[in-house]
Design a protein around this ligand. Sequence first.
Ligand SMILES: *Cc1c(COP(=O)(O)O)cnc(C)c1O
Length: 421
Amino acid sequence: MNLQERDRAVNWHPYTQMKTADDAIPIVKGKGVYLFDDKGNKYIDAVSSWWVTLHGHAHPYIAQRVSEQLNTLEQVIFAGFTHEPAIQLSENLLKLLPQNQQKVFYSDNGSTAVEVALKICIQHAYNQGKEKTKILAFKNAYHGDTFGAMSVSGRSVWTKPFGEMLFEVIFIDTPTSENIEDLKAQISAYQDEVVCFIYEPLIQGAAGMLMYNAEDLDNLMKFCRANGILMIQDEVFTGFGRTGKLFAANYLSEKPDIMCFSKGLTGGTMPMGITTSTNEIFEAFLSDDKYKTLFHGHSFTANPLACTAALASMELLLNDETQKNIQRISEQHFHFLNILKEHSKVENVRQTGTILAWEIKNDHKTSYFNEIGKKLYDEFLSRGIVMRPLGNVMYLVPPYCISSDELNFIYENILEVLNCL
Ligand SMILES: *Cc1c(COP(=O)(O)O)cnc(C)c1O
């Protein structure tokens, strides 16, 4: 049996209707922006392998650091024990975050980073004897696929089978200068019942790269602050340079209470999630009463290999070359954005830093199951480019190591494909 047949026999793929899906493409090697399949074809990874790969595949520096760590300490229980990579990573990360972020809690992925954030906020109220259980989130939000993360995500085809079992959440629109007063009134209706507000800052990724203004978010955050609502800023997607700045937080003047990270955290090398919090929140769990402990943990909490990959990736992220690349990609995107804006088949072109998105005009309104998405996916794949449209929304989220020529190659192919629609 070849790899595809063996895969069919045993593997169940994510977000994939296994009956109708094409065979998965066996990837045997990655290098920089390229993925290589078993037949020797190469593909530019224009979506950073589901938005995680920052510095390209199989980066030699990250590989070297992880391999050294692998020969030193691969894993240790993080209750009762600690290690240099976790301490160093926490120190390095906190230096880059809003100054009120003071404590780091480790987990394995974006969904768990969100679960931890929600549990911290709810127990923070509980430990103080406050009865607050309502959570505020944006319509169309995406915070992950575990039950808590699904609950605070917009209700959609993805959450439908579980509808009854998801906890109740107050969903509001993303803020604009027009609706902001209305949003405040909607929140005020719940008076003191709202424990926290969770949001994807500036960009709702999985919803289709929907973008909104920092100023309006600041306005909403100010209101939450004044009303004692804790803020969870989910930077799982926006973190580590994606938006053109290190974090979406760098566009905001208000500071969240809790932040969530994953995806680019390790440069896309290893799974890891982080939830950070303020000292004020941390202190509400300090007590002689054992019941006030945060009873949460994962077997692989603060895995030393993942911490080391994150340390190496952050070092690469902060160097001049990467910072220049991020600016260059942002500028190249902006230039191409202006070309796309003129295209008759395209609408709603938008950009934040290295993220560029646009929609294919069509008669049947946007839908995740939109046929055009699959057709475009196949067309780009045949041209050696991995794109993964969300319905009729197309986007580019490239690794920062992508060269000017490689980006231009993608742009040219996009125009050729658009001209054939
Ligand atoms: C992807 C994503 C998550 C979930 O992360 P996983 O590692 O896939 O569980 C959470 N929040 C946001 C904003 C995301 O984009």
